[in-house]
Write a new protein. Sequence first.
Lengths: 285, 315, 130
Amino acid sequence: MTTAVVGTAGIAVRGLGKRYGKSVALEDCTFDLPEGRVAALVGANGAGKTTLLTVLSGLLRPDAGEFALRPDERVAFVSQEKPVYKHFTPKEMLRLGARLNLVWDQARAEAWLKRFDVPLDRRCGKLSGGQRTQVALAVAIGSRPTLLLLDEPLADLDPLARTEVTRELLAEVADSGTTVVLSTHIVTELAGVADHLLLLAHGKLLAGGDLDELLAAHVMVVGPRADEPPVEGEVLWDRHLDGQSLFLVKTPSTPAVSAPWVVRPVTLEDYVLAQLSITRKGDSA
Amino acid sequence: MTTVVKPRVGWGDLLWVAWRTHRTAILAMTGLTAAVVAGVFVLMGMTDTELGGLPAIYFRLFWQPQDTNLLFGAVIAVFWGAPLVAREHEARTNLLAWGQDVPATRWLAGQVVLLGAVATCLAAMVWMSEQYMVDTMRELSEGRTFTPFTTWYEVAPHLQIGYALFGLALGLAAGVLVRRTLPAMGIALVGFGVVRVAVIEWARPYLRPPVHTFEAWNADYKNQVPDYAMYVGSGYADANGVRIDYQGSWGCGDRVGSAGQLDCLKANGVAGHFAEFQPLERLGLFQWIETGIFVVLAAALLALAWAGVKRARRV
Amino acid sequence: MVEFRIDKASGLPAYLQLARQVREALRLGWLKPGDRLPTVRDVVASSGVNANTVLKAYRELERAGLLEARQGSGTFVKAALGSVDPEVMERVRGKLVDWVGEARGAGLENEDIDALVGSVLAEGERNEVP
């Protein structure tokens, strides 16, 4: 399945498709992800994020297409349920990780659990959801993967833990050069965290690429109510309030506008919401 | 650096994981089996004078030696086999266990080898208790209870092990297919019972072509099935010994007196009686053939489970 | 040592925010030529940005001639950002005072002026994107 795909990418995905009965989970998904990137996999619920990650983890067989990883790639996958064996203690979970992996860093895994105050000798069944997440992450980190796939890693964590986990994860992968793909629907917390975007809707890849380049290629033009923005370029999305119109415009350079119009840089949130609302309109049409 | 690198994940690792995962189940089952076996030994010693010195357990509890292993195989199927993969799916821990550096199939191999080995040892324990049971009864009853093709048939270590491994594989395959523990347990229980009874009823008498004998009508009825043989069938036959089924249209049943009936039957081509049976000498062969059947079934079910966990179409 | 902060709600790419904060530190004299910048890992651990973002910011500043990477020992400040000539500063300030007067005259409140200045600055930053 993972036959040679030409390219220097860490992950090369070509025409990947997966359906469950009649419902399409993933359709014609094609992208390259260079090594060492931290990619955010963004999309609404049911967009196919979990399916894509599970296919890349090697646990799920796709129906169509292929993907190639580095020949020596070692993948760690933390699914959204953050599964752990309830009758194991965190210490035993690490032991399981050590036993089932070719590479294991006990000190790192233990440090992760200590960092987040997870008791090592209490059964996982008695830990909180957040603590179980930390155990699942510790096993993934201890295995020193070259590709780390995280499905909604922050979902069960409180806001403080979320920031800390992100920070620690980024520090871990900065040390090892690990490629990361993390799915999330909390777009606001991704700035600076991810440097690559994979945007999925209804199983299709809407946009993918370097985050800074994607955002730099668009501007938000804001002004009085109007049907068209006073700038050149493709209008991807527009919204009209009582006295104001907003246009998301794809343009290679920042256009000059005169008052009362202003041009704002596009935030990741603007971009994602605009892209997603386009597909919603497309569906109803 | 604190990183440890090893060339491969070995059997020690896989077996450790299997042991840690099923520790409680293994200890519980071992304890239970040991208790039952010990109970049999104790009860066999408590002979009952009212029953002519026979062990109380045999008559009072209607306990047959083969009951223990029928129960044992079913318990292995339901409590070890069925949850093995089904519980992983329910808790989603399959995504954890199969997402490390070992493929799901190797993980499964570790689980099956450990549970299979322990089940083999426990089956041997069950066999020992049964062997003791039949030996004691045979001795005390001076051979009266020696019915080799029923009471004794299943008291063979290899056969017991075959049943236990079949139970494990059946439960496992059910769990892989339905992915939920309770339904898998139900399928394993029913499946185990049905297959065991079906083999006893429909396969066992025909594992080899039965010995066929024929006796022409004679003044004295002669029993053609030797002592200790397994009775397979008997009835009317023509002069060549070929079976003839009695037809109601002959009307022989209305004839008064046995002589009249005999004439009627002869008039319809019945020349005598035939009998079919499996002689005692075949007992050992039959036990091995049946073991083979259950081992082959177990292997087929294991292959099914193996294919089921290997890169699934849904997880 | 400088401490980096990323404003996640800002539309400005994170690497540009980092680069701007280094420039500020240089301008304010917190960083001087020869000083060593925090390692990528330190920045990642302290500010929760991705390593590639930090690298990109450092490379950006290297290209601008402000930093240099020394093989194996880290990233160092190469050149100071000189403070602006007082005469030029005075002239620019004068223009700004006039401009603010004009804006107030047109009925703009302080917040409007902030927004306007912000949007013009953001445009400028965006044009720095290679």
